[in-house]
Design a protein around this ligand. Structure first.
Ligand code: NAP
Ligand code: HSE
Length: 436
């Protein structure tokens, strides 16, 4: 049988990893797919760049539209990133009757509803396993493996760059920007690394996970997002003294009041497995009503781990080439007509425990004022840690762990505490989740 032909858009970290894995594992891949898979063409911006993989036999071009319009290509693999021209390329590929594989979470989170509608109209597949959690097959696990469950909630470390930085800050105490540069050199970070450190990349991935877990439309604009740029080494150390680790978590939870969609730094008890996921590794905890909690772990970024997911998607598409579109697994796990628009809760309505760090004047009665304000807002305290003021300073750090409270009550309490003349500077607030 004639080989299935691939057009590769992008020859960077993930594109290079995909070429390498397709070439090295060609025999095993053909045994699984039932057909040979051949990269016919690939696009990159700079064709003179030295690449650490073999491109002989692949037609190279700077024009990705030449590839999506080539009638000899069966599957487009989009690994360029960004929204433009990626959106136009994917829509053109579908218009031309080509299946699509992509690792582009921004594209799926923001334009997925439009892309899947076009793919359904044309009876084509759009596969995006590599868009979430790198090499972990989390899309397949939720979409297929957990299909019998009502998913109650999920929580994940879904940005490798942030986890790499937070791990290094805790273990080595290195400077934030130095560790970020290392993550960029290793190919983990996005083209614009503020997407990583400000939580946007994790929010793109959470948008996708929530959609396939709950059968809701992709709605990135409803995710509450806070990144790790305000996390200090002091917070990491205080959290550790209280038995917690700080991780950037993406959390999606369904309740009778609506769905929570949030990304923020989170204190997690160190006894939880997920609190011990370090470096570039990712992990996603999914709680299904039938199966209970399940945990998926693996490399969240990097050339070959991500290529592992891209190539698995290519094989899935090749296997499905002769199948009837109506009998394929739906793009977003639920049948298109059964996607339900459930309300998304505003952040002020979510319930969480909190870590607070304040800077207080070292004099009698200050802590009593703070605890009275918390009590007035129905917030009970789980633990207080009061440190000696650094030498020569009169303000001392006070760390408070609270029980669960509705966020709007915590906002009001923080405003009242901040107005005390004995409290200086900003009050740091980090949410705490036990994930039990
Ligand atoms: P990358 O290393 O920057 O590679 C991007 C590639 O696209 C480069 O080869 C670049 O060409 C090419 N390119 C960009 N714009 C182009 C244009 N207009 N025309 C032709 N070629 C163009 O990015 P990456 O890290 O591989 O990421 C690719 C995608 O995978 C992104 O959506 C990213 O979010 C996603 N992803 C990345 C990882 C990871 O670990 N890196 C993991 C999961 C998902 P040049 O090489 O000539 O510059
Ligand atoms: N920049 C992303 C991360 C790549 O660090 O997780 C993987 O999606």
């Amino acid at each position: 049988m004639k080989p299935v032909t691939i057009g590769l858009l992008g020859l960077g970290t993930v594109g290079g990893g995909t070429v390498t894995v397709l070439q090295r594992n060609a025999g095993e891949i053909t045994r699984r797919a039932g057909r040979d898979i051949q990269i016919r063409s690939a696009a990159a911006r700079d064709l003179s760049k030295q690449r650490p993989f073999e491109t002989q036999g692949i037609h190279l071009t700077q024009d990705p539209f030449e590839i999506v319009n080539d009638p000899k290509i069966d599957i487009i693999v989009e690994l360029m990133g960004g929204l433009s021209p990626a959106r136009a390329l994917v829509l053109t590929a579908l218009e031309q009757g080509k299946h699509v594989v992509t690792a582009n979470k921004a594209l799926i989170a923001l334009h997925g509803n439009e892309i899947f509608a076009k793919a359904r109209e044309k009876g084509l597949m759009v596969a995006f396993e590599a868009a979430v959690a790198g090499g972990i097959p989390i899309i397949k696990a939720i979409r297929e493996g957990l299909a019998g469950n009502t998913v109650e909630w999920l929580a994940g470390i879904i940005n490798g760059t942030c986890n790499f930085i937070l791990t290094d800050m805790r273990e080595q105490g290195r400077d934030f920007s130095e560790v970020l540069s290392e993550a960029q050199a290793l190919g983990y970070a996005e083209a614009d690394p503020t997407f990583d450190i400000e939580g946007i990349d994790a929010a793109h991935k959470l948008t996708i996970l929530a959609s396939i877990a709950f059968g809701i439309p992709l709605q990135f604009d409803k995710v509450a997002v806070e990144g790790i740029s305000a996390i200090t080494a002091a917070d990491i150390n205080y959290a550790e003294a209280l038995g917690y680790r700080i991780k950037l978590l993406g959390i999606a939870r369904r309740s009778a009041r609506g769905i929570e969609l949030r990304v923020h730094p989170t204190l997690i008890p160190e006894r939880r497995l997920i609190a011990n996921v370090n470096g570039v590794m990712n992990a996603v905890l999914v709680k299904g009503d039938a199966v209970g909690p399940t945990l998926y772990y693996g490399a969240g970024a990097g050339a070959e781990p991500t290529a592992s997911s891209v190539v698995a998607d290519i094989i899935d598409v090749v296997r499905a080439l002769t199948s009837d579109p109506e009998n394929r697994v739906p793009h977003l796990a639920f049948q298109a007509g059964a996607i339900a628009d459930m309300p998304i809760l505003p952040m002020t309505e979510i319930e969480s425990a909190y870590y607070l760090r304040l800077s207080a004047v070292d004099q009698p009665g200050v802590l009593a004022d703070v605890t009275r304000i918390l009590a007035d807002h129905h917030i009970s305290i789980e633990a207080i840690l009061q440190k000696e003021p650094p030498s020569g300073e009169t303000q001392l750090p006070v760390i408070i762990l609270t029980h669960r409270v509705i966020e709007k009550d915590m906002n009001a309490a923080i405003a009242a505490i901040g107005a005390l003349s004995t409290i200086g500077g900003n009050i740091t607030r980090i949410r705490v989740e036990t994930l039990g």
